[in-house]
Design a protein around this ligand. Sequence first.
Ligand code: URA
Length: 191
Amino acid sequence: MIMYNWEELIMECTNCKKCILGDTRKNIVIEKGNRNASLMFIGEGPGEQEDIQGTPFVGRAGKLFDLLLEALRIKEDQYYVTNIVKCRPPRNRVPNDDEARTCLPYLRNQVFLVKPKIIVCLGATAMRHIIDKDARITKIRGNWIERKGYWIMPVFHPAALLRDESKKVLMWEDFKKVKQRLDIICQNQNS
Ligand code: URA
Protein backbone atom coordinates (compact mmCIF):
# COMPACT_ATOMS: atom_id res chain seq x y z
CA MET A 1 0.00 0.00 0.00
CA ILE A 2 1.32 3.46 -0.91
CA MET A 3 1.77 5.74 2.09
CA TYR A 4 1.78 9.46 1.50
CA ASN A 5 3.32 12.23 3.55
CA TRP A 6 0.91 14.84 4.91
CA GLU A 7 1.15 17.15 1.94
CA GLU A 8 0.52 14.34 -0.54
CA LEU A 9 -2.29 12.89 1.54
CA ILE A 10 -4.14 16.20 1.78
CA MET A 11 -3.74 16.66 -1.97
CA GLU A 12 -5.01 13.13 -2.72
CA CYS A 13 -8.06 13.64 -0.49
CA THR A 14 -8.79 17.08 -1.86
CA ASN A 15 -8.88 15.77 -5.42
CA CYS A 16 -10.64 12.50 -4.53
CA LYS A 17 -13.65 11.46 -6.61
CA LYS A 18 -13.35 7.73 -5.93
CA CYS A 19 -16.94 7.41 -4.66
CA ILE A 20 -20.19 9.28 -5.19
CA LEU A 21 -19.81 11.26 -1.96
CA GLY A 22 -17.21 13.30 -3.83
CA ASP A 23 -19.94 14.59 -6.18
CA THR A 24 -22.06 16.21 -3.49
CA ARG A 25 -19.54 17.44 -0.90
CA LYS A 26 -18.95 21.16 -0.41
CA ASN A 27 -15.62 20.57 1.29
CA ILE A 28 -13.47 17.60 2.09
CA VAL A 29 -13.23 17.10 5.87
CA ILE A 30 -9.92 15.51 6.78
CA GLU A 31 -8.70 16.36 10.24
CA LYS A 32 -8.59 18.54 13.32
CA GLY A 33 -6.01 18.65 16.10
CA ASN A 34 -2.42 17.69 16.68
CA ARG A 35 -0.79 15.44 14.09
CA ASN A 36 1.65 14.22 16.76
CA ALA A 37 -0.96 13.36 19.38
CA SER A 38 -1.03 10.08 21.29
CA LEU A 39 -4.82 10.04 21.17
CA MET A 40 -6.83 9.74 17.97
CA PHE A 41 -10.62 9.95 17.69
CA ILE A 42 -12.41 8.49 14.69
CA GLY A 43 -16.00 9.49 13.95
CA GLU A 44 -18.39 8.43 11.20
CA GLY A 45 -18.45 11.17 8.60
CA PRO A 46 -18.95 14.91 8.20
CA GLY A 47 -22.36 16.44 8.87
CA GLU A 48 -23.77 19.66 7.47
CA GLN A 49 -21.63 22.09 9.46
CA GLU A 50 -18.48 20.03 8.92
CA ASP A 51 -19.17 19.98 5.16
CA ILE A 52 -19.58 23.77 5.15
CA GLN A 53 -16.50 24.47 7.28
CA GLY A 54 -14.22 21.65 6.13
CA THR A 55 -13.44 20.64 9.74
CA PRO A 56 -14.62 17.60 11.72
CA PHE A 57 -16.85 17.85 14.78
CA VAL A 58 -17.83 21.51 14.60
CA GLY A 59 -21.63 20.99 14.64
CA ARG A 60 -23.91 20.16 17.58
CA ALA A 61 -22.33 16.78 18.32
CA GLY A 62 -18.90 18.40 18.03
CA LYS A 63 -19.80 21.04 20.63
CA LEU A 64 -20.85 18.33 23.07
CA PHE A 65 -17.66 16.39 22.31
CA ASP A 66 -15.60 19.54 23.07
CA LEU A 67 -17.40 19.96 26.41
CA LEU A 68 -16.64 16.37 27.37
CA LEU A 69 -12.96 16.76 26.56
CA GLU A 70 -12.79 20.06 28.41
CA ALA A 71 -14.44 18.55 31.50
CA LEU A 72 -11.87 15.75 31.48
CA ARG A 73 -9.02 18.22 30.98
CA ILE A 74 -7.95 16.62 27.73
CA LYS A 75 -6.30 19.56 26.02
CA GLU A 76 -6.61 20.46 22.34
CA ASP A 77 -2.97 19.67 21.62
CA GLN A 78 -3.40 16.17 23.08
CA TYR A 79 -5.66 14.74 20.39
CA TYR A 80 -6.29 14.34 16.68
CA VAL A 81 -9.78 13.88 15.17
CA THR A 82 -10.89 12.38 11.89
CA ASN A 83 -13.70 10.30 10.37
CA ILE A 84 -14.26 7.03 8.52
CA VAL A 85 -15.35 8.94 5.40
CA LYS A 86 -14.03 12.35 4.49
CA CYS A 87 -17.07 13.59 2.54
CA ARG A 88 -20.58 14.25 3.87
CA PRO A 89 -23.08 11.55 2.99
CA PRO A 90 -26.27 13.19 1.63
CA ARG A 91 -28.81 13.95 4.40
CA ASN A 92 -26.28 12.60 6.93
CA ARG A 93 -27.07 8.98 6.11
CA VAL A 94 -24.64 6.33 7.34
CA PRO A 95 -21.84 5.81 4.80
CA ASN A 96 -22.29 2.49 3.03
CA ASP A 97 -19.66 -0.26 3.06
CA ASP A 98 -18.32 0.61 -0.40
CA GLU A 99 -17.87 4.27 0.52
CA ALA A 100 -16.16 3.37 3.78
CA ARG A 101 -13.91 0.80 2.10
CA THR A 102 -12.92 3.28 -0.60
CA CYS A 103 -12.02 5.89 2.02
CA LEU A 104 -10.25 3.60 4.52
CA PRO A 105 -6.79 3.82 2.92
CA TYR A 106 -6.78 7.54 3.77
CA LEU A 107 -7.57 6.72 7.39
CA ARG A 108 -4.84 4.04 7.49
CA ASN A 109 -2.43 6.61 6.12
CA GLN A 110 -3.45 9.08 8.84
CA VAL A 111 -2.91 6.43 11.53
CA PHE A 112 0.50 5.64 10.02
CA LEU A 113 1.52 9.31 10.10
CA VAL A 114 0.07 10.25 13.51
CA LYS A 115 1.17 6.99 15.18
CA PRO A 116 -1.29 7.34 18.08
CA LYS A 117 -1.07 5.10 21.12
CA ILE A 118 -4.83 5.24 21.72
CA ILE A 119 -7.60 5.11 19.13
CA VAL A 120 -11.16 5.88 20.22
CA CYS A 121 -13.92 4.82 17.82
CA LEU A 122 -16.81 7.26 18.16
CA GLY A 123 -19.95 5.29 17.47
CA ALA A 124 -21.04 2.12 15.71
CA THR A 125 -19.84 3.04 12.22
CA ALA A 126 -16.23 3.62 13.32
CA MET A 127 -16.43 0.50 15.51
CA ARG A 128 -17.69 -1.65 12.61
CA HIS A 129 -15.00 -0.60 10.18
CA ILE A 130 -12.12 -0.61 12.64
CA ILE A 131 -12.86 -3.30 15.21
CA ASP A 132 -15.50 -5.79 14.13
CA LYS A 133 -18.31 -5.40 11.62
CA ASP A 134 -20.61 -7.67 13.64
CA ALA A 135 -19.99 -6.21 17.10
CA ARG A 136 -22.61 -4.22 18.98
CA ILE A 137 -21.61 -0.87 20.38
CA THR A 138 -23.87 -1.33 23.42
CA LYS A 139 -21.98 -4.56 24.28
CA ILE A 140 -18.36 -3.63 23.66
CA ARG A 141 -18.22 0.10 24.42
CA GLY A 142 -15.85 1.03 27.19
CA ASN A 143 -13.65 -2.04 26.69
CA TRP A 144 -10.04 -1.84 25.58
CA ILE A 145 -8.96 -3.87 22.58
CA GLU A 146 -5.21 -4.19 22.02
CA ARG A 147 -4.35 -4.61 18.37
CA LYS A 148 -1.12 -4.09 16.42
CA GLY A 149 0.31 -2.05 19.28
CA TYR A 150 -2.68 0.30 19.51
CA TRP A 151 -5.05 0.55 22.44
CA ILE A 152 -8.49 0.84 20.86
CA MET A 153 -11.75 1.69 22.61
CA PRO A 154 -15.24 1.95 21.13
CA VAL A 155 -17.55 4.48 22.77
CA PHE A 156 -20.96 5.93 21.94
CA HIS A 157 -21.05 8.63 19.29
CA PRO A 158 -21.57 12.09 20.84
CA ALA A 159 -24.66 12.50 18.60
CA ALA A 160 -26.20 9.49 20.39
CA LEU A 161 -26.00 11.46 23.65
CA LEU A 162 -27.99 14.27 22.07
CA ARG A 163 -30.75 11.77 21.33
CA ASP A 164 -30.55 9.84 24.61
CA GLU A 165 -29.41 11.63 27.76
CA SER A 166 -29.12 8.36 29.71
CA LYS A 167 -26.02 7.45 27.70
CA LYS A 168 -24.11 10.38 29.21
CA VAL A 169 -23.15 8.51 32.37
CA LEU A 170 -21.71 5.56 30.44
CA MET A 171 -19.90 7.90 28.07
CA TRP A 172 -18.35 9.73 31.01
CA GLU A 173 -17.12 6.44 32.49
CA ASP A 174 -15.61 5.42 29.15
CA PHE A 175 -13.91 8.74 28.59
CA LYS A 176 -12.44 8.62 32.11
CA LYS A 177 -10.71 5.35 31.15
CA VAL A 178 -9.33 7.01 28.03
CA LYS A 179 -8.04 9.94 30.08
CA GLN A 180 -6.41 7.57 32.62
CA ARG A 181 -4.50 5.75 29.91
CA LEU A 182 -3.56 9.00 28.23
CA ASP A 183 -2.15 10.32 31.53
CA ILE A 184 -0.03 7.17 31.94
CA ILE A 185 1.31 7.52 28.40
CA CYS A 186 2.13 11.21 28.99
CA GLN A 187 3.91 10.39 32.27
CA ASN A 188 6.02 7.72 30.56
CA GLN A 189 6.88 10.10 27.73
CA ASN A 190 8.02 12.75 30.21
CA SER A 191 10.11 10.43 32.41
N1 URA B 1 -20.23 13.29 13.31
C1 URA B 1 -19.14 12.60 12.90
O1 URA B 1 -19.10 11.39 12.99
N2 URA B 1 -18.14 13.29 12.43
C2 URA B 1 -18.12 14.60 12.34
O2 URA B 1 -17.13 15.15 11.89
C3 URA B 1 -19.27 15.29 12.78
C4 URA B 1 -20.31 14.62 13.26
